[in-house]
Design a binder for this molecule. Sequence first.
Ligand code: AMP
Length: 215
Amino acid sequence: MKIILLGAPGAGKGTVAKVLTELDGSVQISTGDILRGAVQAGTELGKKADAFMKAGDLVPDELIMDIMKSRLQEPDCKKGFLLDGFPRTIPQAEALKTLLSDLGLTLDMAVSLEVPCEEILNRLTTRRTCENSACQAIYNVRSSPTKIEGICDKCGSKVVQREDETEEAISRRLETYNEKTAPLIGYYKEEGLLMPVEATVTDEVVKAIQDRLKS
Ligand code: AMP
């Protein structure tokens, strides 16, 4: 499958993507995970992205497009991909359209995960993420805690609250989402690719996507 997952921070894009990858070997491409990995590794990209991320602002489109141009050409994308957190601006969506057309690839759909605002805030403040950049498993202290407190079930690394999940950064990220990313819903509707889905329960979202792909 070749899918874009749209939705506010905390809407469940990463969680849904991880379940979908297990179905058919499509890869999850999360620009947020790639950037956090770069920050942790102290690369040039990480140094450029760090301050934007901490503040809850978007990293400049050019940096993101450089990442995506090379990532989408890696061999593991041949089976399909789930774009999680990309595109996030109209210019990124336009650049993606050109890139996919150059690569001879067509999107199946853009799924918009819709979750009520109070639920988003609730999820973001209780979310915890594995600090190992190769894992980045997602937990929630209330709904899906680790088996041993603070330790990732999958890789044994420490599970932490992300630096951009302080109350201040969360509210900035939500503002940024409304201003820059929400217009993508209209964009993909016009492109005839939009699939809106109520996203409170992960399994229901996955089933709806599978059903749509079959039809
Ligand atoms: P995420 O894990 O998707 O919530 O992303 C965390 C942070 O990484 C965002 O708040 C942005 O600062 C940055 N980021 C991730 N993806 C993008 C993107 N497509 N465009 C710009 N910035 C991004």
